[in-house]
Design a protein around this ligand. Structure first.
Ligand SMILES: [Zn+2]
Length: 275
């Protein structure tokens, strides 16, 4: 009973021609094919026209900027960045002053002037000493006159020398040091007259140069280095003013009598003749 009812209900639907077959019938009729071909043809033509237009537009787009860029480049050439300077020298104790310059100098206990082969920069003991320019530590040790010292070799045969040190920074020979690196600490060792750094700069021939002409300066090329000016030694002899005499030197009293220093310290006034 139930099955028969369902069949009766479904029969009209099943007996109807399916929608898909009707569409197929319409599509396969000669008129429909003609119409379809016409529409397809129109779509193809539209596509081709569009493509041609688009390519044309793209070509125009490409051509214009190329021409424009070439014109701008010719009018305003971009200069290449300047090369870094060939030589850069820092002061070993930045911000501190040279209190005994390069040149002929007579110490109060000496008979004649002699060349002070570097500069003296006063600084408190323990102040870090910075290497003036990139280099390699070549020597460190102790001398009776210079006290503790460190020597650094630089490009083009330059050498810097740091003396009367409290201590070095423990850098072994052959250690590469960048400009500004701490190579030592200020002290009062050797034949020193107070806490200071004795700083020398020499050329590849070992000739002492006036470090003041290099400290805190950059040079674009080797030709710009003030080598001649820095090697010049004036005829003026400066009598050094010292805060105390070094241990073991002889002192002269007011009458010009030479007396031995006791305990290394002399408490007499030293007249400074600075021409
Ligand atoms: Zn000195």
């Amino acid at each position: 009973m139930e099955a028969r009812l369902r069949r009766a209900f479904l029969r009209p639907i099943l007996e109807e021609e399916p929608l898909a077959s009707r569409v197929l019938t319409v599509a396969t009729s000669p008129y429909a094919r003609l119409a379809f071909a016409g529409v397809a043809g129109a779509v193809v033509v539209w596509g081709v026209v569009n493509a041609v237009t688009a390519v044309g537009a793209m070509n125009r787009g490409i051509e214009r900027p190329v021409v424009a860029t070439a014109t701008v480049a010719a009018a305003k050439p971009v200069p290449p960045p300047p090369p870094p300077p060939a030589f850069v020298f820092d002061a070993p104790l930045p911000g501190r002053v040279v209190n005994s310059p390069f040149g002929l100098r007579q110490m109060p206990w000496e008979e004649n002037g002699r060349l002070h082969e570097g500069v003296d920069i006063a600084a408190p003991a323990g102040a870090p000493v910075h290497v003036a320019t990139d280099g390699v530590v070549v020597r460190s040790g102790t001398s009776s006159t210079y006290g503790r010292f460190v020597e650094v070799a630089h490009k083009d045969g330059f050498r810097t020398f740091y003396a009367h040190l409290g201590r070095d920074a423990g850098l072994k020979s052959g250690t590469f040091v960048r400009r500004g690196a701490t190579v030592a600490y200020v002290g009062d060792s050797g034949r020193s007259t107070g806490s200071h750094l004795h700083f020398e700069l020499r050329n590849k021939g070992g000739l002492p140069l006036n470090p003041v002409l290099f400290m805190g300066k950059s040079f674009a090329e080797a030709d710009d280095l003030p080598l001649k000016a820095a090697a010049k030694v004036g005829s003026k002899v400066r009598l050094a003013q010292v805060s105390r005499w070094p241990d073991g030197v002889k002192a002269r009293d007011a009458e010009g009598q030479v007396t031995r220093v006791k305990g290394g310290r002399v408490r007499v006034r030293i007249n400074v003749i600075d021409g």
